[in-house]
Ligand binder design. Structure first.
Ligand code: FMN
Ligand code: SF4
Length: 623
């Protein structure tokens, strides 16, 4: 009985109605002898017949469970899913809503890019009492006028062609991720505004060169535009491309915040004749960016490679871009700087909030250090090895407004890059379909019929205006704070609400190391353990040999000290007891002890196992 009633259950009733209506219409058509009857019933028959066939197909297909259970009607769900982002954006999004960039932020970028009114009426829509709310302090004696042509010089003592850069530049985005017209407009806008345009790792394309704007040439692990047939780095090709006057700096990409540690593949089908020529890859084969570099594998080799990049480019500033992952790996690079005497001229720190054309969700959401912690870490590490004066720091990661810039610069950045900010200036509407090649605004597509939507002369002005108006807004902020240049910003100029009735200065949230503190031996918990684990010879931590030394103790209470030897630290002896040693508690979990190991056995515990790195001494003292 239940089976017989199934066609009339809510799940199947739509299909039943369509089938019944089709049958009735067919019956009317065949039984009615009026010759004009088909003129009336033909279209309804076709519609209900097609729906019935669709329903039968839904019922029998095997890939969508919801269609098998709700034939025909479940298509409505797919349709609504498809248009959900647009519905949200057009009808439901408030000014402060919208991810990754809020409606308000997008609006201010559009307004600045179009040079229309960018002011707001009535008062802030921010909840200034929510946790995490931040503000910049103003002065009772603001400056009356601050010039907005903020520039900094990039290039340490080993660089013979330092670059005078704007403090706001276009972040790395490859031709391939971006359309030809997008690259053209960005570069011409950069030329007009006197700022820099990073090529991204996809090589230097003719679209980068057409308009002559300053370029930062980025090379990634695929060494595009400077590679041998087997994908290895080709120094002659690198020197040839880097010697071009338009290229002002050369940048080694270690990682990108949105997908750190993840390589990339441009499928063979997308490797057009043009991309194959620009990147120096074969047509008909997948174009692979491996997850790591083949030109070096240790911190010492990496520094040597940076030195080579500077030499081969004729003395231009050479640096690298990364998102901070394991802290000891970056500190290993610092140790390699000290050991080799080779220093990069700049480091760009990308945050895990950064953008990409396409990346796995897990990488975007949970891999890598956010920009602010990353910038603060790199800034302090360089102070700690006395190298901050010679290395400039760039920051990228959702920096789109003057406040974003000021905040990043207070924490340690010398300049800021924006990728998606400039995409908005080009007309991006945050439709979030960059990975489909169906960008509605022609920004991230290789389809010529979509690329034509982006009219280059118009967008050049927008790119130029956005840059100019953002620096103007920054100048106003700086002036209100009583300063002359954003480089004068310090953490003490910012505060954050950390709880409903608690406010902390950035100086407390992002404390600074003393010059040379890492070399002298630091007790700062952000650095102490990682510095001890870092070694110039390898990216692997000095504690690699953890498992090799064990001591088993079966006593009521114990003290243990694990220290690392001078040779393992690579630089200088470290104070005893400040190295991360693993402590495994029998019957319990596994933890890392950060401070001198002075554990006590808990009641009922009979044994503990201490594991110390192979190269260190483990002293166990029973009490
Ligand atoms: C479409 C797109 C392509 C990108 N391509 C690269 C790239 O080739 N190399 C790179 O280092 N970063 C790349 N990035 C990351 C940006 O350079 C930047 O570091 C990151 O998006 C953070 O800046 P944003 O928040 O202003 O977008 C790309 C970002 C986007 C949105
Ligand atoms: S409009 Fe959409 S697809 Fe195009 S760049 Fe912007 S987010 Fe990507």
């Amino acid at each position: 009985m239940e089976t017989l009633m199934l066609p009339f259950s809510p799940r199947f009733v739509v299909l039943t109605i369509c089938a019944v209506v089709t049958a009735l219409l067919l019956a009317i058509g065949f039984l009615d002898h009026n010759p004009k009857i088909w003129e009336v019933v033909l279209i309804p028959v076709l519609i209900f017949g097609a729906l019935t066939l669709l329903g039968v197909r839904d019922l029998t297909q095997k890939s969508h469970a919801v269609l098998r259970n709700y034939p025909i009607s479940a298509h409505l769900r797919f349709l609504l899913e498809e248009i959900r982002p647009e519905m949200r954006q057009y009808f439901f999004e408030s000014e402060k809503d919208g991810m990754p960039f809020s409606r308000d932020t997008r609006a201010v970028i559009y307004q600045r890019a179009k040079m229309v009114l960018d002011k707001r009426p009535f008062g802030t829509q921010e909840d200034v009492y929510r946790d995490g709310y931040e503000w910049i302090h103003h002065s009772v004696v603001p400056k009356l006028h601050v010039d907005d042509k903020f520039r900094i010089t990039i290039g340490g003592p080993d660089c013979t062609k330092p670059y005078s850069a704007s403090v706001f530049n276009i972040s790395a985005m490859s031709f391939g991720a971006l359309s030809p017209n997008a690259v053209r407009a960005l570069n011409a806008g950069a030329k007009k505004g006197g700022f820099a345009h990073d090529t991204g790792e996809g090589g230097v394309s003719p679209y980068h060169r057409e308009n002559g704007g300053d370029l930062i040439w980025e090379i990634g692990s695929g060494y595009f535009s400077c590679r041998n047939r087997d994908g290895s780095f080709n120094p002659e090709l690198f020197a040839r491309v880097a010697s071009d006057d338009q290229i002002k700096m050369v940048e080694l990409k270690i990682s990108q915040g949105a997908k750190p540690g993840h390589g990339g593949v441009l499928p063979a089908a997308k490797v057009s004749e043009e991309i194959s020529r620009i990147r120096g890859v074969a047509m008909g084969e997948d174009c692979i960016s491996p997850a790591s570099h083949s030109a070096f594998s240790t911190p010492l080799e990496m520094m040597a490679f940076i030195g080579e990049m500077r030499r081969l480019s004729g003395g231009k500033p050479a640096g690298f871009k990364l998102c901070i992952g394991h802290p000891w790996e970056f500190l290993a690079i610092c140790k390699a700087m000290l050991q080799t005497g080779i220093y990069p001229d700049f480091i760009v720190v990308d945050g895990n909030e950064g953008g990409t054309g396409a990346a796995p969700l897990e990488f975007m959401d949970h891999m890598g250090m956010p920009m602010r912690e990353g910038v603060s870490f790199v800034h302090n590490a360089l102070i700690g090895i006395n190298a901050r004066d010679r290395i400039r720091i760039g920051a990228a990661g959702k920096i789109a407004t003057a406040f974003d810039m000021a905040r990043a610069m207070a924490i340690g950045a010398d300049w800021c890059n924006s990728a998606r900010g400039f995409m908005f200036a080009l007309g991006c509407i945050q439709s979030l379909s960059c990975h489909t090649d169906r960008c509605p605004t022609g920004v991230t597509t290789q389809d010529p019929s979509r690329n034509r939507a982006l009219v280059v002369p118009h967008k050049i002005e927008r790119v130029y205006n956005y840059h100019h108006a953002t620096l103007r807004a920054l100048a106003e902020l700086i002036a209100a704070a009583g300063l002359e240049h954003p480089q004068a910003l310090r953490p003490i100029h910012f505060s954050q609400r950390t709880a409903t009735t608690e406010v902390q200065s950035f100086a407390k949230l992002y404390p600074s190391l003393r010059p040379g503190e890492l070399i002298d031996g630091t007790s700062d918990p952000r650095f102490r353990e990682a510095w001890a684990m870092a070694r110039a010879e390898s990216f692997a931590p000095a504690g690699e040999g953890f498992e090799k030394r064990e001591s088993r103790i079966a006593l009521r209470s114990i003290r243990a000290t694990c220290c690392i030897s001078a040779s393992a630290s690579g630089i200088s002896p470290l104070p005893q007891g400040e190295v991360g040693a693993k402590r495994r508690v029998t019957g319990g979990g596994l933890s890392i002890d950060r401070t001198p190991l002075t554990p006590t056995l808990s009641p009922g515990e009979r044994e503990q196992t201490f594991v110390c790195c192979a190269s260190s001494k483990l002293a166990v003292e029973a009490a």
